[in-house]
Structures are given as C-alpha cells and as structure tokens.
Design a protein around this ligand. Sequence first.
Ligand SMILES: Nc1ncnc2c1ncn2[C@@H]1O[C@H](COP(=O)(O)OP(=O)(O)OP(=O)(O)O)[C@@H](O)[C@H]1O
Length: 430
Amino acid sequence: MPNSIALIAHESKKNDIVTLVQRYHSLLNRYLIVATPDTGKWIQDATNLTVETVVSEADGGLLQIAARLVSSEVVGVIFLMDTINVPSQLPDVQALLRVCNRYEVPLATNIATAELAIQGVAKRRDAYLIFNPIAGQGNPDRDLALIQKILEPQMNLHIILTQPDIDPVEQAKEAITAIQSAQSEDSTACIIASGGDGTVSAIAGTTLETGIPVGIIPRGTANAFAVALGLPTDLKRACETIAAGNTRMVDAAYCNDIPMVLLAGVGFEAQMVNNASRELKNRIGTLAYVLSAAQQFFAQKDFNATVELDGQVLEFKTGAVTIANAAPPSSISAQGFGAVIPDDGLLEVTIPTSKTLLQDINTSATLLASALVKTQFEDRNLVCLRTHQLKVTTDPPQTLVVDGEVLEANPIEFICVPKGLTVFSPLLTT
Ligand SMILES: Nc1ncnc2c1ncn2[C@@H]1O[C@H](COP(=O)(O)OP(=O)(O)OP(=O)(O)O)[C@@H](O)[C@H]1O
C-alpha cells in the first residue's frame, strides 16, 4: 500500500494548494495524494499527480481521511483552512485535528507550516521494508503495527510484503533500483529486512556492494544473522536501532557468485538444515535444529574434500566443511577459532577430521567449548583456517547450504568481500 499525503483546502485556498503542489511536484509524486473531491479536481487539472478522492467534506470526507490516518496509510495532512469564512469548530474538523495529534502525524493548516512540513518530509529517509508475514511464531499484524509505530515518525516507510512465489531477492532488487534512481534526491534511503534468516540473508545479500544500509528486524527461529553481528533480536530494540541511524560496515562473501552473509556448510550442516522441517520449527523453534543436528551426527558419512587456498592444495577426509563469514555461537560447526569475526576481511574455515565416533564426540565437545568461551581449543582432529579466498571440491559431491538455502554445487569457490555490507547497528562499545 503506498504512503499517502492528504491535501484539503477550503474554497478560498484552492489556488494556494495548487501553487504548493506545483512547487513540490517531484516530492509529492512519490506519494498517493488523498483529497476531498473539489481540492482533488483542482490538483488534477493543474498537475498529473495521482489523486484518490474521498467523499466531500459535507458528506464526511474528513472522517474518511481520519480513518486512513488511524490505519497508518496517511503520513501527513495539509489542510489549508479559511478560518475567517469557515467555522473551524465543526465536529469533523475537530475530529481530524484530534486524530493527527493522537497519532503524531504532521499537520499543516496554512501555507507557511505546509512548506515546513513538506520540507521536513523531503528530508526524511526513504525506507523500503520487506516484511515476511509468515516468519517466526509471533503475531505478524502486531509486529508490523509496532514497526510502523516506531519507524514511521522518522522515515517514509514503503512496505513490501513477501510472497510465497516471489524471491525476496527480486523484491530487494526492485527497492535498490528505486533507491538508486532517486539517489541524487535522497542518498540516505535504506532497506529493512524483517523475517527469518531466509528472508533477512537474501535481502542483506542483495545489498552487497551497493553501499545501501540495511536494517534487520529479526522475526525467525534462530535469527542467526542478527546474533552473529550483535544486533538486537527484540523487535522494539531492533526498530529503535534503525531509527537511531548508526551504521556499521561488515564483511560478506560470494559463494560461486551467490552472495553469502553468514556461512556455508558442506556435508553435515547442509543435511542438518534439510532435516529441520518447517513444521518442526513451528512446533519447537530453535530446538528443531538441535534435534536435526543430533540425528545427522550419527547419519553423516565421511567424504574427500580438496581445499585450495593461498597456492596450496590440502586433502581431507571429513564429514563437514564449514566456511563462515559471520556466525552465531549456536553454529557450532563454524567455531574452530572460538568465534567468527564478521569484519576482519577473512573467512573462517573449520574441518573436523576425526576417524572414530569417539573422536567425533571429542571434536564436537571441543567446538562446543570453543563457542561457549569464545576461545580456540587445541584439537588435532580439527583443522581451522582463515583465508580471503578458497575453493572446495568434494568426492562424492556433497549437498551445500549457503545462508540456509540448500544447493548443489561442486567445486565451490568462496571469496570474501571486506566491508561489503552496511548494517544499522547499535553503537559498539570497546
Ligand atoms: N506471504 C507469504 N505467505 C506464505 N509463505 C511465505 C510468504 N512470504 C514468504 N513466505 C515463505 O517464507 C519462507 C522464508 O521464511 P523466513 O526465512 O523469513 O522465516 P522462517 O522460515 O520463519 O525463518 P526461520 O528459518 O528462522 O524459522 C519461504 O519459504 C517463503 O516461501
């Protein structure tokens, strides 16, 4: 639903509203104009702006506008009032003014304040919120209402709902095109991703190397991206972080030309993600991944992995190769170094090479301990590497998971893009 601005003018103020609309035509063109019929006709006769009319003021048009305001469709009201000839105490007028005040929507009642209000709107950040209505276990309507309540006073929020049959990457690309084509007018525009890790990482990955800041409002099961970057996972705090406007640059990577913001797993991790069904995640949340990992621990078969990096060719027999750009502590298989640093320009590679079940259990315990105390523990059955770029070939070919998406590819090439992403983040304390 597009953001709307309501324009209303009493009879003696019609020329004024037309002059105003002509002066700020390019800005108002970004909004749906809602107007009472006469004002709407004057605007349409003088400009090519899209105007949606409500019923006349006498028939309750102001109340219709007030109702749109309550449902957050209207982001500003310009009501040029003739206070000499028209009584301003009419109940409809009072109702509209009251609703504007109640919902803190900018309201201008004369040309001077209208100019200020429009200039204020022009300075506000354009934000494209891509919102997955089915993500997580919360109430999406309540979540969206809270997001709007916190962000709309600060930004021009364009809400885009994800669809089951549309890739959020395509929705993010459209938002990027809109931002880039308006860049000269508004270089502060941003994209906000709200959903589970599937939605969030697809959208963040699409912003890679664009310089467009991305806000994360996590509403999924594990919320790995937010946890990995130390971003708030609480809805209100996540919104407040975006509203505060502080940004931070972090690394991302390409995996065979596909953007990767978190991590890729070959073998164990891929099967674990595959096993955690939507139904199980809905029923037990994060525990679905724990159960799935336990199941895969016994089912995983070793394979040959050839890793090429820095001019060396390394051969391993393993059940898992994990290549991480950023990872929360709960991604145990990425924790060879005890933590994955998201802004060091390097990818962390973890390869367990245990030969027996007992060694496997030991190595898993090492990884768990490393994750818990964020420190690397010695384990001769664990290979840990840091590199900017690598190529992995598996025999037999293994399933691959990149940021939660299960793929087939062999060989797989990874390259880190240092500071390729700009994310809204709380101020880091050192
Ligand atoms: N409007 C929609 N209706 C139904 N399904 C949708 C809609 N929008 C997106 N989806 C589906 O949502 C899934 C992506 O969900 P996302 O990763 O955001 O959340 P999640 O699965 O709840 O997260 P997590 O993996 O953390 O549990 C995709 O399968 C996509 O097809």
